[in-house]
Design a protein around this ligand. Structure first.
Ligand code: TPP
Ligand code: SF4
Length: 278
């Protein structure tokens, strides 16, 4: 984590903006927003020293609902923008938020390389196994037999396994959470923010509109039966053989993060603009 902790006691409310979220009633993302603001209060980072970067999707609306700086970017490109930001301004706490379509489909390549680079970021994916914003197309984490108007009979495609892929690609912290457990999720997010290097937190967050059956996740999730390991191969084996509903920190590694040069003076925007004048 970067050096932004202060002695000022902070409340989750202090990280919320005045904009009212427009998610569907019952969407899991409301609780994720609340967990993010709780985690930031636990960490104690000043809102003006935190940036929330996102792509496009229902979940990617998160930055607007926080009082931190925000960047609502291009679909699938949040990690590229966040990596550049963190390298240029290492003293900022940078969170990246989005959906499974945004992060694993169009953004899949950035996901792999963000894990590999191990820049000190916290990547939060609200996984609802569907493209919510564009009205219910299957995503890389959609079950192969999910039958819908847009995928009659199911896609038949094997699902993408984000947690194991993150481990193989070099992420330094891997966790799975459930939006219906906002306090537990906030604790994990606070750990993820404090952990150096690239932290990946996958949050099962139901899309009640296009996947109403995901309301049952509440009965299916359970705490991971063993503590987090620092051995990526062991973590991968555990994740490959679990039921997909183990909640908690699953891997906390010690790989050195991408070297960041703290203290590099920020350049005025006019100087940067001058470089791109044609
Ligand atoms: C380059 C580009 N391609 C496609 C889209 C259309 N698009 C917007 S959101 C979205 C999917 C969002 O799904 P997901 O990331 O899973 O987030 P959710 O809405 O479920 O939270 C797509 C395909 C776009 N905005 N830009
Ligand atoms: S469409 Fe789904 S993901 Fe989007 S706001 Fe509604 S419930 Fe949430």
């Amino acid at each position: 984590m970067n050096d932004v902790a202060t002695n000022t006691p902070r409340t989750a409310q202090g990280y919320k903006s005045s904009y009212k979220p427009i998610w569907c009633p019952g969407c899991g993302d409301y609780a994720v927003l609340s967990s993010i603001t709780k985690a930031l209060a636990m960490v104690g980072a000043a809102p003006e020293e935190v940036v929330v970067v996102s792509g496009i999707g229902c979940s990617s609306r998160i930055p607007a609902y926080t009082s931190c700086y925000g960047f609502h970017g291009v679909h699938g490109r949040s990690l590229a923008a966040a990596t550049g930001l963190k390298v240029a301004r290492p003293n900022l706490t940078v969170l990246v938020a989005g959906g499974d379509g945004d992060g694993y489909s169009i953004g899949g390549n950035h996901f792999l390389h963000a894990c590999r680079r191990n820049v000190d970021l916290t990547y939060i994916v609200m996984d609802n196994h569907v493209y919510g914003m564009t009205k219910g197309q299957p995503s890389p984490t959609t079950e192969p037999d999910w039958d819908s108007k847009l995928s009659p009979g199911g896609t038949g495609l094997r699902v993408f396994h984000p947690l194991v892929i993150a481990l193989a690609a070099g992420a330094n912290f891997v966790a799975r959470c459930f939006s219906g457990d906002p306090n537990g999720t906030a604790e994990v997010l606070a750990q993820a923010i404090r952990h150096p290097g690239f932290s990946f937190v996958e949050i099962l967050s139901p899309c009640v509109t296009f996947r109403p059956e995901q309301r049952e996740w509440k009965q299916q999730v359970h705490p991971a039966p063993v503590a987090a390991t620092d051995d990526p191969a062991r973590a991968a084996r555990r994740i490959m053989t679990d039921d997909g509903f183990n909640i908690g920190v699953l891997y906390a590694g010690n790989r050195p993060g991408y070297p960041l040069r703290a203290g590099v003076p920020a350049r005025p925007p006019s100087e940067l603009e001058a470089q791109f004048e044609v």
